[in-house]
Ligand binder design. Sequence first.
Ligand code: FO1
Length: 315
Amino acid sequence: MLLALAGGVGAARLLRGLVDVMAAADITAVVNTGDDIVLHGLHICPDLDTVTYTLADAVDGGRGWGLAGETWAAMETLERYGGHTWFRLGDRDLATHLFRTQRLTEHATLSEVTAAVARAWGVGVRLLPMSDDRVETRVTIAGPAAGTSVEVGFQEWFVGRGHGVAVESVRFLGAEDARPAPGVLEAVASAEHVVICPSNPIVSIGPLLAVPGVEDAVAARRDEVVAVSPIVAGAALKGPADRMMVDLGHEASVVGVARLYAPLAGTLVIDEADAGLADAVEAEGVRAVVAPSVMTGRAEAAALARAVLAARPSP
Ligand code: FO1
């Protein structure tokens, strides 16, 4: 079984590639829920939904999130009322949040609801939320007046303010009291392959590792763990990972990623554009494997998936 630590779009694309090269039923993905937001009274799980929709070939390819062929009638009417329309929820996507919220109200766990949604979309990969308990990524940014700071929810920063403002600090509210979802620690311990997907190390992989027990479970297998750099040629392929790393004092390069992951992953897959930095990565005590890491299409994702499987050092 392959165990993947996954965030949003980049992880979803690699998982799509892995399903093309191995049996979906042999893949377990532990997915970040720090991005979750409760809005309109609905519990919305962006990373779980992005992974589910991508593996179901139902995701909107352009956006990388939400469903293809969406209509926005609910948003239009909400606009009429002056309701919250900054966080775009398509009419079909809304059904996912309605179903999830109703089931949670009926005391189903997030794990159970996630499995039901995945099954309904024919997704064979086992999807586990990192925890069934609420963990909320909170971002501190500059406040309205000079010298002040304000803390906002992840989506308020990422979408509401277009992740354009610098981040002073990030915390995962509730992480210390959260428990890994059922099966997470066992899957990390028993997997033949452990992969850290090309997701934002700070706010996609970070929350996963903040759930008590998860980081230790991954670190215990460090020499076998293969991470895929989300940074190529000093930039994130999608989203603010590069700027966040710099804002928080890290280097936005494969070397910076290697430093962050050194305690957790013995191998880092880097794109050919960064082949010249392989020695610098290895100087951090992390083995560098060079492979095309830009998943423009399914063939590229499958090729990267093969490279990831081959990158695990033989035991
Ligand atoms: N991203 C945006 O940039 N704008 C949106 O309005 C937006 C809405 C949205 C709704 C549901 C969902 O599952 C994802 C959504 N996203 C949106 C993406 C989301 O903010 C990111 O995918 C993750 O939170 C970061 O990985």
